[in-house]
Design a protein around this ligand. Sequence first.
Ligand SMILES: [Zn+2]
Length: 342
Amino acid sequence: MSWLTEYVRPRIRTLLGRREIPDNLWTQCPACEQVVSTRELEASLKVCPNCGHHLRGTAQERLAWTFDPAPGVTGAGDRRMDGARPEGGEPGFTRIELPRAPADPLGFRDQKRYVDRLRDARAKTGLDDALVVAHGTIGGHRCVVAAMAFEFMAGSMGAAVGEGIVAAARLAVLQSAPLIVFTASGGARMQEGAISLMQMPRTTIATRMVKEAGLPFLVVLTDPTTGGVTASFAMLGDIAIAEPGALIGFAGARVIEQTVRETLPEGFQRAEYLHEHGIVDMVVHRGEMRATLARLVGLLRRVPDAGRPAAEGASGSGAESGAASVPEAAQAEPADVVADAP
Ligand SMILES: [Zn+2]
């Protein structure tokens, strides 16, 4: 071996090796196919600066985007960094541990065992299941937020997600705080069979609990919200908010097309179409989501907050009736929306 191969070549390799470029520096927008720097994209809360397409966010990012930043954290960039940090960070909000559900109640196996799928998804995402729940403040209002994780087995709802929604509702009642749920789901988790379907009535009852306590229950439908999640708690919010362009539906468009033997209209099952047809109350840009939620919670909470101490303490009949009437009025309209939905 010569001096060239033994000494010079390794030297050149080390020099070149240092110039490695990380492959996650650029992201291509799935809508306009423009290549955007990942850094710029994260600073804009994963909204394409070119076409405004809302890319999917992880559950952890949702929490960071939604809650007020912790004291000392100011810019959007700082918040983004904290949201991306897997453990430890999380300023401005506190994540709660969710109750454990039976891991594989049916001993299910398709090409892969369900327990193996769960293990892989847990390793990939660092989450226990497809839901995270946290409490903190939004625009200074104490809130409980449950965010579904589409990155975990397509956000499918099994017993663990059901337990999580129940836990979030209980926490909201306990803290006398509004419950806000961000949905992102492919539907029921087929590996849990009928048990996953049982989560539909369970989560419905859980949201009922929040409403009976006179607390606001807001749902933010994000891309995609389908199947059993749409058919249960996702459509029961006092106010149904959606992100622009989000796919929201029960069955897939192709299945519907084959069943009704008709060509479906443009934009069918998209947030804007559903807004025009009264299923969704508002379509809100991600950059305005926190301010909108803060405003809505402020509006829905104003009278009960002022009336409750007077009603409990001095038992003034005027204050009591004033406090009770507003949440009922707030719920009356969405109940109609739900009745029209199916
Ligand atoms: Zn784009």
